[in-house]
Design a protein around this ligand. Structure first.
Ligand code: NAD
Length: 319
């Protein structure tokens, strides 16, 4: 649920995000395709009052129901688990409800922590976070949990958010507070982008001072070509659609015939580590970027599944 200028912009976003979901599921080895729904808010207008919000969610539920299970919806930017409960009044094709797999964010965070450890092992030979300096940009549902997991692992943290109210969380984590731009360009081992997309652009990439970038944010690269620029600068980038797949992996467990099970979900999410190791190895062997290696893996899996070839790239895939 997001403000869009017009319906064309909303359709474009839904197509971009659904394409990304396809790659995310394929790389994670899930028996899912890619779909995304958007609920359009009017840009520049005040947010809907509760009755309007409820009505929009019920309409959305009807739309999902009309697809008879070919699309299954879930919580994402601008929606909460309470919203999913409203949608469930109209359709059973909704996941992430209390009693099911629940809020996906902690699982996304677990996947990001795993990705950071794998990237550290690749650069420094050990996955240990003890004494590693990490900058977490964005302390929302995922970023706050990533910060907690890293602090528990012994990392020294810089944290940042546009919301000054998050300073309290920084104190609780024993972290240093920085402005978002300073946090992105900080002299640290690892930067974890956990806010919005396109943070890695022609200005920031040459100015990065870290060796690893691995985080939850979608669509981190402003353009695909920046994957090569990062590799040339010897900054190891964990493709976002690999590192942030924990949420969808957790949801996929709910869709299995055996039903949801936390331990099975945990094991599957930790599998992001193995996938990412393979991608880093392939990238090194092929003298290419992790993005290119991840896309090759995704395309191979889609081909094996008999899916039609995905449309040509118009930007980094990440939902
Ligand atoms: P969220 O809305 O809970 O948190 C985003 C946080 O980033 C907020 O605290 C916000 O104030 C902050 N922020 C916004 N702009 C910023 C900026 N320029 N600099 C610093 N901070 C800024 O969202 P979330 O669920 O934590 O998701 C974070 C990112 O991870 C998003 O890109 C989302 O699409 C992606 N993601 C989330 C999940 C999930 O399970 N929630 C799964 C996959 C990917």
């Amino acid at each position: 649920m997001w403000p869009y200028e017009d319906s064309r912009a909303a359709v474009r976003d839904a197509l971009r995000l659904s394409r990304a979901m396809t790659f995310k599921s394929a790389v994670a080895g899930l028996p899912l395709g890619g779909g995304k729904g958007v609920i359009v808010l009017r840009a520049g207008e005040p947010p809907p009052v509760p009755e309007q919000r409820r009505a929009a969610l019920l309409d959305f539920g009807d739309t999902v129901q009309s697809l008879e299970g070919r699309y299954v919806t879930a919580e994402d930017v601008g929606t909460s688990d309470a919203d999913m409960t409203v949608i469930a009044e109209r359709t059973a094709h909704v996941t992430g409800l209390a009693g099911g797999s629940g809020d996906p964010s902690p699982w996304t965070a677990l996947g990001v922590e795993t990705a950071i450890r794998v990237a550290c092992r690749s650069v420094w030979g050990t996955p240990s976070l003890e004494g590693r300096s990490v900058s977490v940009v964005g302390l929302g549902r995922v970023g706050a949990k990533v910060g907690e997991l890293l602090a528990q692992g012994g990392a020294r943290l810089i944290v940042s958010d546009v919301d000054e109210g998050k300073r309290r969380l920084a104190e609780r984590l024993g972290a240093e507070w920085a402005e978002p731009r300073a946090a992105l360009l900080a002299d640290v081992d690892v930067v974890a982008p956990c806010a919005l997309g396109a943070v890695l652009d022609d200005d920031s990439v040459p100015a990065l001072r870290c060796r690893v970038v691995a985080g939850a944010a979608n669509n981190q690269l402003a353009t695909d070509a920046l994957a090569g620029a990062l590799t040339a600068r010897e900054v190891l980038w964990a493709p976002d659609f690999v590192a942030n797949a924990g949420g969808i992996i957790n949801i996929s467990v709910e869709l299995e015939p055996a039903g949801y099970d936390r331990e099975r979900a945990r094991a599957r999410v930790l599998g992001i580590g193995e996938t990412l190791s393979t991608i880093f190895e392939e990238a090194e062997r092929g003298q290419t970027s992790p993005l290119s290696a991840a896309m090759t893996l995704a395309r191979r899996r889609l081909q094996e599944a008999g899916a039609p070839p995905p449309a040509a790239s118009r930007g980094a895939p990440a939902a």
